[in-house]
Design a protein around this ligand. Structure first.
Ligand code: ATP
Ligand code: MG
Length: 208
C-alpha cells in the first residue's frame, strides 16, 4: 500500500530533515505514528502526500509509492485521489466562510457523513465560530469526500476530546476496511487513541 524507499529531504536552506528513510506498510488499517517534536513527522507527511515536492520545493531524494504509483509521477490535480492530509494547523486548510461550502457533495452523502460523526448541527455554521477541534473535523470530512487511499492526520486527536476521538476512530475503522490506510501522527504515544497499530518514529529514523 505504502512504500518509502531511501527517502531523504533537504530544506531549501540546505538543512537535512530526513535521511535515508525506508519503510513499508502493506495492510490497510489505522496506524498511530508517534515521535518527538521537530523530528520530521510533518515533513514525512508532506512527502507522502505529495506537498513535497509538488508544492514545497524541498530537495527530495528517493521514492514513495502508493499502490505502486510513485508520488512524484502523479499529476498535481490527481494527488487528492490517492492521499489526503489534515494539517497540523487547520487555518491553512479552510478557504470558505461556511462549513457547507467546504464540504462539497450531494445532500444525502453529506447528511450521512455528518450524522456518522454527530456534527450535523455544524453544517450551516460560519467557519470562524468553530473550535480548533471542530475545524479539524471539517477538514477531515472534506478529505473523506475525496475518497483517498491514504489519509494522514497530523496532530488531530490531541485537539479532540474523548467523545469526538471515539466517534472518529469508530468511523475510520469502518472507512479503512475499503482497502484504505490512515496514519495518525502525534508527538506522544499517550495522545494517540487506544487500539491503533503503533509505529515509533525513532525506528523509522534509525532505518529499521
Ligand atoms: N523550511 C525549513 N528549513 C529548515 N528547517 C526546517 C524547515 N522546515 C522544517 N524544518 C526543520 O525540520 C525538522 C522537522 O520538522 P517537522 O515539522 O517535520 O517535525 P515534527 O516531527 O512534525 O514536529 P512537531 O511534533 O513539533 O510537529 C525541524 O527541526 C524543523 O525545524
Ligand atoms: Mg509536526
Amino acid at each position: 500500500m505504502l512504500n518509502i524507499n531511501n527517502l531523504s529531504i533537504t530544506s531549501s536552506d540546505n538543512e537535512i530533515i530526513l535521511k535515508n528513510i525506508n519503510y513499508e506498510i502493506q495492510d490497510n488499517g489505522i496506524y498511530g505514528l508517534y515521535g518527538k517534536g521537530g523530528t520530521g513527522k510533518t515533513t514525512l507527511a508532506y512527502s507522502i502526500s505529495g506537498i513535497i515536492p509538488h508544492y514545497l520545493h524541498y530537495i527530495k531524494k528517493g521514492e514513495i509509492f502508493i499502490n505502486n504509483i510513485e508520488v512524484n509521477k502523479m499529476e498535481k490535480n490527481e494527488l487528492g485521489k490517492y492521499i489526503g492530509i489534515v494539517f497540523q494547523n487547520p487555518d491553512y486548510q479552510l478557504f470558505f466562510h461556511r462549513v457547507n461550502m467546504e464540504l462539497k457533495s450531494d445532500k444525502d452523502t453529506l447528511k450521512d457523513l455528518m450524522n456518522s460523526i454527530k456534527i450535523e448541527h455544524l453544517l450551516n455554521r460560519q467557519i470562524d465560530t468553530l473550535s480548533y477541534g471542530e475545524k479539524k473535523i471539517v477538514i477531515l470530512l472534506s478529505n473523506i469526500l475525496l475518497s483517498p487511499k491514504i489519509l494522514i492526520l497530523d496532530e488531530v486527536f490531541s485537539s479532540l476530546d474523548e467523545y469526538f476521538s471515539n466517534l472518529i476512530v469508530e468511523f475510520l475503522k469502518n472507512w479503512v476496511n475499503k482497502k484504505r490506510l490512515v496514519i495518525v501522527l502525534e508527538n506522544e504515544k499517550n495522545k494517540l487513541p487506544k487500539g491503533l497499530k503503533m509505529i515509533d518514529f525513532e525506528e523509522i529514523l534509525d532505518g529499521t
